[in-house]
Design a binder for this molecule. Sequence first.
Ligand SMILES: [Zn+2]
Length: 382
Amino acid sequence: MRVQAREFRSQQPVEIVVEDGKIAAINEIESAETLPIVAPGLFDLQINGYGGTWFSDEKLTVEKCLEALRAHYQYGITHLFPTLITNSYEALENGFAIIRQACEKEAWANRMVLGCHLEGPYIATEDGPRGAHPLDQVRACDWDEVQRLQAASGNRIRLLTLAPESPGAPEFITNCVNNGIAISIGHTAANTEQIGAAVAAGATLSTHLGNGAHGTLRRHPNYIWDQLGEPKLTASIISDGHHLPASVVRSFYFAKGKDGIVLTCDASGLAGCEPGVHDYHGAKFEVLESGKVVIAGQSQFLAGSGVQTDVCIATMVEMTGCSLADAWDMATINPARISHVECAKLAVGKPADFVLFEHDSANAKLHVLQTIADGEVVFGSF
Ligand SMILES: [Zn+2]
Protein backbone atom coordinates (compact mmCIF):
# COMPACT_ATOMS: atom_id res chain seq x y z
CA MET A 1 0.00 0.00 0.00
CA ARG A 2 1.17 3.51 -0.84
CA VAL A 3 -0.42 6.62 0.61
CA GLN A 4 0.24 10.21 -0.38
CA ALA A 5 -0.44 12.90 2.20
CA ARG A 6 1.06 15.83 4.10
CA GLU A 7 2.99 14.84 7.20
CA PHE A 8 1.17 16.36 10.19
CA ARG A 9 4.18 18.06 11.76
CA SER A 10 6.10 19.37 8.76
CA GLN A 11 3.17 19.65 6.32
CA GLN A 12 5.63 18.16 3.81
CA PRO A 13 3.95 16.02 1.09
CA VAL A 14 5.10 12.43 1.57
CA GLU A 15 4.44 8.99 0.21
CA ILE A 16 4.13 6.34 2.90
CA VAL A 17 4.94 2.81 1.83
CA VAL A 18 3.30 0.08 3.90
CA GLU A 19 4.56 -3.50 3.81
CA ASP A 20 3.59 -6.38 6.09
CA GLY A 21 1.63 -4.08 8.38
CA LYS A 22 4.61 -1.81 8.95
CA ILE A 23 5.74 1.56 7.62
CA ALA A 24 8.49 0.53 5.18
CA ALA A 25 9.34 4.03 3.93
CA ILE A 26 8.29 7.67 4.21
CA ASN A 27 9.50 9.47 1.08
CA GLU A 28 9.26 13.19 0.50
CA ILE A 29 7.46 13.98 -2.75
CA GLU A 30 6.51 16.98 -4.84
CA SER A 31 2.77 17.40 -5.17
CA ALA A 32 0.62 20.11 -6.66
CA GLU A 33 -2.54 18.43 -5.35
CA THR A 34 -4.25 19.30 -2.08
CA LEU A 35 -3.37 16.26 -0.08
CA PRO A 36 -4.99 15.20 3.21
CA ILE A 37 -2.93 15.31 6.38
CA VAL A 38 -1.48 12.09 7.76
CA ALA A 39 -0.81 11.58 11.47
CA PRO A 40 -0.35 8.62 13.82
CA GLY A 41 -3.53 6.93 15.03
CA LEU A 42 -4.94 8.57 18.14
CA PHE A 43 -4.66 7.10 21.63
CA ASP A 44 -7.27 7.99 24.24
CA LEU A 45 -6.80 6.73 27.77
CA GLN A 46 -10.38 7.30 28.88
CA ILE A 47 -13.25 5.89 26.84
CA ASN A 48 -16.29 4.49 28.63
CA GLY A 49 -18.05 2.81 25.74
CA TYR A 50 -19.95 3.59 22.59
CA GLY A 51 -23.42 3.45 21.05
CA GLY A 52 -25.24 2.43 24.24
CA THR A 53 -22.55 -0.05 25.37
CA TRP A 54 -20.64 0.72 28.59
CA PHE A 55 -17.48 -1.18 29.38
CA SER A 56 -18.60 -1.00 33.05
CA ASP A 57 -21.90 -2.74 32.37
CA GLU A 58 -22.34 -6.08 34.14
CA LYS A 59 -24.21 -7.22 31.03
CA LEU A 60 -21.26 -6.46 28.73
CA THR A 61 -20.68 -9.24 26.21
CA VAL A 62 -17.66 -9.97 24.03
CA GLU A 63 -19.65 -9.08 20.90
CA LYS A 64 -20.86 -5.76 22.30
CA CYS A 65 -17.38 -4.95 23.55
CA LEU A 66 -15.85 -5.61 20.12
CA GLU A 67 -18.55 -3.55 18.41
CA ALA A 68 -17.94 -0.62 20.78
CA LEU A 69 -14.17 -0.82 20.27
CA ARG A 70 -14.31 -1.09 16.50
CA ALA A 71 -16.51 2.04 16.21
CA HIS A 72 -13.51 4.15 17.24
CA TYR A 73 -11.65 3.67 13.97
CA GLN A 74 -14.05 6.13 12.31
CA TYR A 75 -12.67 8.86 14.59
CA GLY A 76 -9.03 8.07 13.83
CA ILE A 77 -8.56 6.31 17.18
CA THR A 78 -6.34 3.24 16.78
CA HIS A 79 -5.52 2.79 20.46
CA LEU A 80 -7.50 3.34 23.63
CA PHE A 81 -8.00 2.36 27.24
CA PRO A 82 -11.51 1.02 27.82
CA THR A 83 -12.48 2.72 31.06
CA LEU A 84 -14.48 1.08 33.83
CA ILE A 85 -15.96 3.39 36.40
CA THR A 86 -17.09 2.86 40.00
CA ASN A 87 -19.23 -0.26 40.26
CA SER A 88 -19.59 -3.45 42.30
CA TYR A 89 -16.65 -5.86 42.36
CA GLU A 90 -18.69 -8.38 40.37
CA ALA A 91 -19.51 -5.89 37.61
CA LEU A 92 -15.88 -4.70 37.37
CA GLU A 93 -14.53 -8.25 37.32
CA ASN A 94 -16.99 -9.17 34.57
CA GLY A 95 -16.08 -6.07 32.55
CA PHE A 96 -12.36 -6.75 32.72
CA ALA A 97 -12.86 -10.45 31.96
CA ILE A 98 -14.98 -9.61 28.90
CA ILE A 99 -12.38 -7.14 27.65
CA ARG A 100 -9.69 -9.80 28.09
CA GLN A 101 -11.81 -12.31 26.13
CA ALA A 102 -12.46 -9.77 23.38
CA CYS A 103 -8.71 -9.14 23.09
CA GLU A 104 -7.99 -12.86 23.02
CA LYS A 105 -10.64 -13.40 20.34
CA GLU A 106 -9.64 -10.65 17.91
CA ALA A 107 -6.05 -9.64 17.22
CA TRP A 108 -7.13 -6.14 16.12
CA ALA A 109 -8.83 -5.58 19.48
CA ASN A 110 -5.74 -6.72 21.32
CA ARG A 111 -3.71 -4.15 19.36
CA MET A 112 -6.28 -1.41 19.97
CA VAL A 113 -6.58 -2.02 23.72
CA LEU A 114 -3.20 -0.88 25.02
CA GLY A 115 -4.51 -1.29 28.54
CA CYS A 116 -7.49 -0.51 30.72
CA HIS A 117 -8.32 2.43 32.96
CA LEU A 118 -10.05 1.83 36.27
CA GLU A 119 -11.69 5.14 37.22
CA GLY A 120 -12.84 4.62 40.80
CA PRO A 121 -14.19 3.10 42.96
CA TYR A 122 -11.75 4.68 45.45
CA ILE A 123 -12.99 8.24 45.00
CA ALA A 124 -14.73 11.06 46.87
CA THR A 125 -18.17 10.42 48.31
CA GLU A 126 -19.24 14.07 48.08
CA ASP A 127 -21.70 15.26 45.46
CA GLY A 128 -19.82 17.22 42.82
CA PRO A 129 -16.38 15.58 43.02
CA ARG A 130 -18.03 12.17 42.73
CA GLY A 131 -19.61 13.18 39.43
CA ALA A 132 -21.95 10.57 37.98
CA HIS A 133 -20.32 7.68 39.88
CA PRO A 134 -22.80 5.75 42.10
CA LEU A 135 -22.36 6.64 45.81
CA ASP A 136 -23.26 3.18 47.09
CA GLN A 137 -20.26 1.65 45.28
CA VAL A 138 -17.61 4.17 46.40
CA ARG A 139 -15.16 2.50 48.80
CA ALA A 140 -11.72 2.80 50.43
CA CYS A 141 -8.54 1.86 48.52
CA ASP A 142 -8.25 -1.92 48.34
CA TRP A 143 -5.03 -3.35 46.89
CA ASP A 144 -6.31 -6.91 47.20
CA GLU A 145 -9.35 -6.01 45.06
CA VAL A 146 -7.14 -4.40 42.39
CA GLN A 147 -4.94 -7.49 42.23
CA ARG A 148 -8.00 -9.67 41.62
CA LEU A 149 -9.29 -7.28 38.95
CA GLN A 150 -5.85 -7.18 37.38
CA ALA A 151 -5.90 -10.97 37.13
CA ALA A 152 -9.38 -10.87 35.53
CA SER A 153 -8.15 -8.37 32.94
CA GLY A 154 -5.14 -10.48 31.97
CA ASN A 155 -2.84 -7.81 33.41
CA ARG A 156 -4.32 -4.99 31.33
CA ILE A 157 -5.02 -2.37 34.02
CA ARG A 158 -2.47 0.35 33.27
CA LEU A 159 -4.11 3.41 34.82
CA LEU A 160 -6.19 3.98 37.95
CA THR A 161 -7.98 7.16 38.98
CA LEU A 162 -8.46 7.70 42.70
CA ALA A 163 -9.07 10.40 45.27
CA PRO A 164 -6.00 11.01 47.46
CA GLU A 165 -8.25 11.36 50.53
CA SER A 166 -9.47 7.79 50.13
CA PRO A 167 -8.32 5.85 53.24
CA GLY A 168 -4.96 4.15 52.69
CA ALA A 169 -4.21 6.06 49.48
CA PRO A 170 -0.43 6.68 49.77
CA GLU A 171 0.49 3.06 50.42
CA PHE A 172 -2.01 1.87 47.80
CA ILE A 173 -0.50 4.27 45.22
CA THR A 174 2.98 2.92 45.89
CA ASN A 175 1.72 -0.65 45.39
CA CYS A 176 0.06 0.28 42.08
CA VAL A 177 3.06 2.18 40.73
CA ASN A 178 5.43 -0.64 41.70
CA ASN A 179 3.21 -3.01 39.76
CA GLY A 180 2.94 -1.05 36.52
CA ILE A 181 -0.31 0.83 37.18
CA ALA A 182 0.00 4.60 36.71
CA ILE A 183 -2.00 6.68 39.17
CA SER A 184 -4.18 9.62 38.29
CA ILE A 185 -5.85 11.98 40.75
CA GLY A 186 -9.53 12.59 40.08
CA HIS A 187 -13.06 12.74 41.47
CA THR A 188 -11.46 14.22 44.56
CA ALA A 189 -12.02 16.82 47.25
CA ALA A 190 -8.50 16.35 48.66
CA ASN A 191 -6.64 19.06 50.56
CA THR A 192 -3.13 20.32 49.76
CA GLU A 193 -1.40 17.80 52.05
CA GLN A 194 -3.33 14.83 50.66
CA ILE A 195 -2.51 15.79 47.08
CA GLY A 196 1.13 16.29 48.03
CA ALA A 197 1.22 12.84 49.66
CA ALA A 198 -0.30 11.23 46.54
CA VAL A 199 2.31 12.86 44.32
CA ALA A 200 5.10 11.83 46.69
CA ALA A 201 3.77 8.26 46.49
CA GLY A 202 3.92 8.33 42.69
CA ALA A 203 0.74 9.87 41.19
CA THR A 204 1.60 11.47 37.84
CA LEU A 205 -1.68 12.54 36.25
CA SER A 206 -4.86 14.46 36.99
CA THR A 207 -8.04 12.97 35.54
CA HIS A 208 -10.17 15.48 33.60
CA LEU A 209 -8.86 18.41 35.65
CA GLY A 210 -11.58 20.99 36.28
CA ASN A 211 -14.40 18.48 35.98
CA GLY A 212 -15.67 16.06 38.62
CA ALA A 213 -15.51 19.00 41.02
CA HIS A 214 -17.76 21.07 43.28
CA GLY A 215 -19.95 23.66 41.56
CA THR A 216 -18.54 26.27 43.99
CA LEU A 217 -15.02 26.14 45.46
CA ARG A 218 -13.01 28.18 47.98
CA ARG A 219 -10.84 30.59 45.96
CA HIS A 220 -7.56 29.12 47.30
CA PRO A 221 -6.16 26.80 48.20
CA ASN A 222 -8.28 24.22 46.42
CA TYR A 223 -7.67 20.93 44.67
CA ILE A 224 -7.62 22.47 41.20
CA TRP A 225 -4.82 24.94 42.00
CA ASP A 226 -2.98 22.24 43.97
CA GLN A 227 -2.89 19.98 40.93
CA LEU A 228 -2.38 22.72 38.37
CA GLY A 229 0.64 24.09 40.26
CA GLU A 230 2.26 20.68 40.78
CA PRO A 231 4.88 20.14 38.04
CA LYS A 232 4.94 16.38 38.63
CA LEU A 233 1.30 16.13 37.53
CA THR A 234 0.32 16.07 33.87
CA ALA A 235 -3.28 17.21 33.38
CA SER A 236 -5.80 15.32 31.33
CA ILE A 237 -8.54 17.59 30.05
CA ILE A 238 -11.78 17.04 28.17
CA SER A 239 -11.48 19.67 25.47
CA ASP A 240 -14.76 18.80 23.78
CA GLY A 241 -16.06 22.36 23.92
CA HIS A 242 -18.62 21.51 26.64
CA HIS A 243 -16.65 20.39 29.71
CA LEU A 244 -14.36 23.41 30.11
CA PRO A 245 -14.63 27.01 28.93
CA ALA A 246 -11.87 28.29 26.65
CA SER A 247 -10.26 30.46 29.34
CA VAL A 248 -9.82 27.42 31.58
CA VAL A 249 -8.42 25.26 28.77
CA ARG A 250 -5.97 28.07 27.95
CA SER A 251 -4.97 28.51 31.59
CA PHE A 252 -4.31 24.79 32.00
CA TYR A 253 -2.36 24.71 28.74
CA PHE A 254 -0.22 27.73 29.66
CA ALA A 255 0.44 26.31 33.13
CA LYS A 256 1.37 22.80 32.03
CA GLY A 257 2.86 23.40 28.59
CA LYS A 258 2.45 21.19 25.55
CA ASP A 259 4.16 18.21 27.20
CA GLY A 260 2.03 18.46 30.34
CA ILE A 261 -1.43 18.08 28.80
CA VAL A 262 -3.28 14.92 27.81
CA LEU A 263 -6.41 15.26 25.72
CA THR A 264 -9.22 12.82 26.36
CA CYS A 265 -12.78 12.69 25.15
CA ASP A 266 -13.96 10.66 28.18
CA ALA A 267 -16.67 9.47 25.81
CA SER A 268 -19.77 8.20 27.54
CA GLY A 269 -21.29 4.85 26.65
CA LEU A 270 -23.99 7.03 25.11
CA ALA A 271 -21.58 8.57 22.60
CA GLY A 272 -22.88 7.79 19.17
CA CYS A 273 -26.51 7.51 20.45
CA GLU A 274 -29.50 9.48 19.22
CA PRO A 275 -30.73 12.42 21.36
CA GLY A 276 -33.11 11.36 24.14
CA VAL A 277 -33.23 9.91 27.66
CA HIS A 278 -31.38 6.65 28.26
CA ASP A 279 -31.43 4.42 31.35
CA TYR A 280 -28.23 3.06 32.81
CA HIS A 281 -28.06 1.30 36.17
CA GLY A 282 -31.27 2.93 37.32
CA ALA A 283 -29.86 6.39 36.58
CA LYS A 284 -31.21 8.46 33.75
CA PHE A 285 -28.88 10.15 31.28
CA GLU A 286 -29.83 12.35 28.40
CA VAL A 287 -28.20 12.97 25.07
CA LEU A 288 -29.07 16.56 24.12
CA GLU A 289 -29.50 17.84 20.57
CA SER A 290 -26.11 19.54 20.92
CA GLY A 291 -24.51 16.11 21.48
CA LYS A 292 -23.88 16.87 25.18
CA VAL A 293 -24.41 13.90 27.50
CA VAL A 294 -25.92 15.01 30.83
CA ILE A 295 -27.65 13.68 33.94
CA ALA A 296 -31.27 13.77 32.72
CA GLY A 297 -33.50 16.75 33.46
CA GLN A 298 -30.87 19.49 33.55
CA SER A 299 -28.02 20.71 31.36
CA GLN A 300 -25.25 21.65 33.83
CA PHE A 301 -23.95 18.30 35.11
CA LEU A 302 -22.24 16.38 32.36
CA ALA A 303 -21.89 12.62 32.29
CA GLY A 304 -18.95 12.14 29.95
CA SER A 305 -18.82 13.44 26.44
CA GLY A 306 -20.73 12.61 23.30
CA VAL A 307 -17.79 13.16 20.97
CA GLN A 308 -14.41 11.57 20.41
CA THR A 309 -10.76 12.59 20.56
CA ASP A 310 -10.68 14.04 17.03
CA VAL A 311 -13.14 16.74 18.10
CA CYS A 312 -11.10 17.41 21.26
CA ILE A 313 -8.00 18.06 19.14
CA ALA A 314 -9.78 20.50 16.83
CA THR A 315 -11.29 22.30 19.82
CA MET A 316 -7.93 22.43 21.62
CA VAL A 317 -6.34 24.09 18.59
CA GLU A 318 -9.18 26.58 18.34
CA MET A 319 -9.25 27.42 22.07
CA THR A 320 -5.50 27.74 22.68
CA GLY A 321 -3.95 28.51 19.31
CA CYS A 322 -1.54 25.60 19.79
CA SER A 323 -0.35 23.84 16.66
CA LEU A 324 -2.23 20.85 15.29
CA ALA A 325 0.92 18.76 15.78
CA ASP A 326 1.21 19.75 19.44
CA ALA A 327 -2.46 18.93 20.04
CA TRP A 328 -1.91 15.60 18.27
CA ASP A 329 0.99 14.81 20.61
CA MET A 330 -1.38 15.46 23.54
CA ALA A 331 -3.53 12.60 22.24
CA THR A 332 -0.72 10.21 21.35
CA ILE A 333 2.73 10.45 22.93
CA ASN A 334 1.75 12.34 26.09
CA PRO A 335 -0.84 9.78 27.29
CA ALA A 336 1.48 6.94 26.22
CA ARG A 337 4.34 8.37 28.29
CA ILE A 338 2.18 8.65 31.41
CA SER A 339 0.76 5.14 31.12
CA HIS A 340 3.99 3.47 29.96
CA VAL A 341 2.61 2.04 26.72
CA GLU A 342 3.62 2.45 23.10
CA CYS A 343 1.18 4.34 20.89
CA ALA A 344 1.24 4.80 17.11
CA LYS A 345 4.20 6.68 15.62
CA LEU A 346 4.70 7.88 12.09
CA ALA A 347 8.15 6.40 11.60
CA VAL A 348 9.84 3.78 9.44
CA GLY A 349 9.73 0.35 11.02
CA LYS A 350 6.72 1.15 13.22
CA PRO A 351 3.31 -0.53 12.76
CA ALA A 352 1.23 1.20 10.07
CA ASP A 353 -1.36 2.79 12.39
CA PHE A 354 -2.27 6.15 10.96
CA VAL A 355 -5.11 8.42 9.98
CA LEU A 356 -5.75 10.60 6.93
CA PHE A 357 -7.87 13.67 7.55
CA GLU A 358 -8.66 17.25 6.66
CA HIS A 359 -8.46 20.02 9.24
CA ASP A 360 -11.15 22.66 8.81
CA SER A 361 -9.61 25.17 11.21
CA ALA A 362 -12.20 27.87 10.41
CA ASN A 363 -14.93 25.63 11.84
CA ALA A 364 -12.71 23.78 14.36
CA LYS A 365 -13.41 20.41 12.79
CA LEU A 366 -11.39 17.41 11.73
CA HIS A 367 -12.77 15.25 8.95
CA VAL A 368 -11.37 11.76 9.21
CA LEU A 369 -11.12 10.32 5.71
CA GLN A 370 -9.41 7.05 6.39
CA THR A 371 -7.93 5.06 9.25
CA ILE A 372 -5.25 2.43 8.77
CA ALA A 373 -4.46 -0.04 11.56
CA ASP A 374 -1.76 -2.68 11.29
CA GLY A 375 -1.48 -1.88 7.58
CA GLU A 376 -5.20 -2.50 6.90
CA VAL A 377 -7.78 0.11 5.94
CA VAL A 378 -10.19 -0.12 8.88
CA PHE A 379 -12.24 2.97 8.10
CA GLY A 380 -12.90 4.86 4.87
CA SER A 381 -12.28 3.76 1.34
CA PHE A 382 -8.96 3.55 -0.39
ZN1 LIG B 1 -14.69 10.93 35.54
